[in-house]
Design a binder for this molecule. Structure first.
Ligand code: SAM
Length: 256
């Protein structure tokens, strides 16, 4: 019988090796920027902020930058309420502060008490777990509601859907719920695996089935989310849910 500690050590080593093979082979700002510009035909202030970041380390996959900008840019301006799960060194909170501006209400949560020292720098930091419903509800209450939620926390398959189920009902109409680093759904270290029943994309499939409930006879599987989920977007390692009122679809014939 292999002890769990050894299994976990081996899985961590394997997933670190997997991540390393995708490392971009230059730290130069100009190279990072050019790579994103050329591959994704993307140019934005967010790209400049990321490539020129002089704050705490922010570690992002290159293809995330255009996606953040695509889904978040319409929220730039006064009083947007943004919650990031997973603060780490505070690098991304710094990026979001620059991107959304001084008036944005930016909160980050992390289970690691060391993140407390970042409180008040680029946003409010609260310490607690993304699996603690009361904690999440208290943070949203303190924020006065929430318009964008970005889950970059534990990436664990037990946590991601639990957090989504707690928080999606609190998201404002017109809001966005984004989950990143979903390559973890394929890794056992994060409770996932290829075609595993715990792989988060299985849960996402429930949401897709629910969205199309008009066309089959099965009940909503995730009603608390699906009743107000107006859009589901899947990109490499990113899932985006749009929250809005959902109407029974109708169709018309127009023309001669
Ligand atoms: C990938 S890092 C976040 C990086 C940060 N968003 C950035 O881009 O700079 C993930 C963070 O999630 C935190 N975390 C892990 N499990 C958590 C949990 N159950 N609840 C809240 N945060 C958790 C870790 O302590 C870690 O700081």
């Amino acid at each position: 019988m292999i002890p769990n500690i050894l299994i976990n050590w081996y899985r961590t080593k394997r997933s670190n090796e997997r991540i390393r093979q995708f490392s971009f082979n230059s730290d130069a700002t100009s190279d990072i920027k050019r790579d994103i510009q050329e591959k994704y035909k993307h140019d934005s202030q967010l790209l400049d902020l990321f490539a020129n970041n002089k704050g705490g380390i922010v570690h992002k996959w290159h293809h995330y930058i255009p996606l953040y900008d695509r889904y978040f840019s319409s929220f730039r301006g006064p009083k947007i309420r943004f919650l990031e799960i997973g603060v780490s060194n505070g690098g991304s909170l710094h990026l979001w502060r620059k991107y959304f501006g001084d008036d944005a209400i930016i909160f980050g949560i992390d289970i690691n008490p060391k993140c407390e020292k970042l409180n008040g720098l680029d946003g409010q930091v609260r310490i607690g777990s993304q699996t603690d419903r009361c904690f999440l509800e208290s943070v949203v209450k303190e924020m006065g509601g929430v318009d964008i939620i970005l889950d970059d926390g534990s990436h664990h398959m037990d946590h991601i859907p639990a957090t989504l189920k707690y928080l999606f009902p609190h998201l404002s109409y017109g809001g966005i719920y984004m989950i990143e680093d979903l390559h973890a759904a394929y890794w056992r270290r994060f409770g996932g695996g290829y075609r595993s029943k715990n792989n988060f994309f299985r849960f996402a499939m429930d949401l897709i089935d629910d969205m199309h409930h008009w066309y089959h006879r099965n009940k909503l599987k995730q009603a608390a989310i699906s009743k107000d989920c107006s859009g589901i977007h899947i990109h490499d390692s990113i899932l985006v849910l749009e929250k809005n009122k959902v109407f029974k679809p109708v169709h018309s014939r127009v023309g001669v």
